[in-house]
Design a protein around this ligand. Structure first.
Ligand code: NAP
Ligand code: F7E
Length: 336
């Protein structure tokens, strides 16, 4: 018998896979919303060995009907909205699609909950990017927002609408303001994965240089596996609220490179090349979160995976991937 029923949007993404694994371990019946594409991309669910435990439903965040059908058919107690156009760099190239998916998509879910079953609890994936180039460091729940990209602006719109539906209609809707979180299954377009993947290739003689943009940018990087626990904890509280989730430490892109290459016995300065192609029209300089509210009220542990351990975990996974491609490829070859 299942304890509760949860619907996760963005099931094919990094957090979708980790959250599905976590909720299954808690005895949930998990439904995963995926968007139809010409190529199935469930490899992360296979990688974490959780595909067999979940039921998939087609949902596109720009399509109200698909959202309504999914929610009415699986009758969830909790919805975790992780679906988004989540790459800040691309949001400058696709600002309208980003607004539709990451901003308006959230209103489509909120309105469906309001009309169908206002008892459903909602977790919304807000982001530290909403702080933009804030001069206040570290950032907490009271720090003013200054979004510096179409992605951040879309997420801030969603963030305020979640709060508005909570106040106007009494929905149990929470936003987790999560700072950057990474893992071996992070998308290759994000800087951490690009660094560990290329460093592993360089180590094995498969690549020569690593081309990056702004090396000075500082981020508060944590492990995705730790962060999905906070999402769940937010929906188990007596009242809905918003929480910052972060490690409280920040490091520059340069430092990330130094640790990653160091793990492989190499020196980053011999391989890293600055390439203007990867510099954004506007970048965010320094994000570092203060998660004391989450530690106090949720009992969430910000120290579970230290920075050096996170980098090591990612580098080792990428090295293993190129040393034993057959073991990695099997996740893509599994039947859907
Ligand atoms: P991710 O790996 O990029 O996953 C995004 C997911 O959204 C994918 O499953 C993607 O499906 C889906 N999606 C995109 N457009 C969609 C659409 N139109 N309809 C339905 N699904 C759609 O992102 P993540 O790192 O797991 O992050 C999860 C959430 O947390 C996102 O909302 C992100 O913005 C937010 N967030 C992430 C971080 C972080 O550091 N990871 C920090 C703060 C907030 P496809 O596989 O089909 O593309
Ligand atoms: O960039 C710099 C880049 O793309 C981090 C998303 O999950 O976290 C993520 O957004 C920094 C930026 O992540 C390259 O300019 C330098 O300053 O890994 P990123 P992000 O933009 O912080 C937040 C919290 C989210 O919510 C987002 O969904 O690294 N950087 N050189 C580079 N970044 C990339 N991607 N590629 C480079 O070559």
């Amino acid at each position: 018998m299942f304890n509760k029923r949860a619907l996760i949007t963005g099931i094919t993404g990094q957090d979708g896979a980790y959250l599905a694994k976590f909720l299954v371990s808690k005895g949930y019946k998990v439904f995963g919303a995926y968007r139809r594409s010409s190529t199935r991309n469930f490899w992360r669910l296979h990688y974490l060995d959780v595909k067999k435990d979940i039921e998939l439903l087609p949902v596109d965040m720009i399509d109200q009907t698909s959202i309504m059908q999914a929610i009415s058919s699986c009758e969830p107690d909790e919805i975790y909205n992780l679906a988004a156009q989540s790459f800040v760099g691309d949001s400058f190239m696709e600002p309208i699609a980003t607004g539709e998916i990451s901003g308006l998509g959230v209103v489509r879910i909120l309105d469906t909950i309001r009309l169908l079953n206002p008892k459903i609890k909602l977790y919304q994936a807000s982001t530290s990017e909403m702080y933009g180039n804030s001069t206040i460091v570290p950032q907490n729940e009271d720090t003013p927002f200054q979004p510096s990209s179409p992605y951040a602006a879309a997420k801030l719109y969603a963030h305020w609408v979640v709060r508005n539906y909570r106040e106007a209609y009494g929905l149990f809707a929470c936003s987790g303001i999560l700072f950057n979180h990474e893992s071996p299954i992070r998308g290759i377009e994000f800087v951490t994965k690009k660094i560990t993947d290329t460093a592993a290739r360089i180590k094995l003689g498969l690549s020569e240089k690593l081309h990056l943009g702004n090396l000075e940018a500082k981020r508060d990087w944590g492990f995705a596996g730790d962060y999905v626990k906070a999402m769940w904890l937010m929906l188990q509280q007596p009242t809905p609220d918003d929480f910052v989730i972060a490690t409280g430490e920040s490091h520059s892109v340069q430092e990330f490179c130094d640790v990653a290459f160091g793990e492989l016995g190499l020196q980053a300065k011999d391989y890293v090349v600055v390439d203007q192609k990867f510099v954004r029209p506007r970048d965010v300089a320094h994000l570092q979160g203060d998660s004391s509210k989450a530690q106090r009220m949720l009992g969430w542990n910000q120290k579970e995976t230290p920075f050096s351990e996170l980098v090591r975990m990612m580098v080792r996974a990428d090295l293993e991937k190129y040393q034993h491609p057959d073991r990695f490829m099997k996740h893509f070859l599994k039947h859907i």
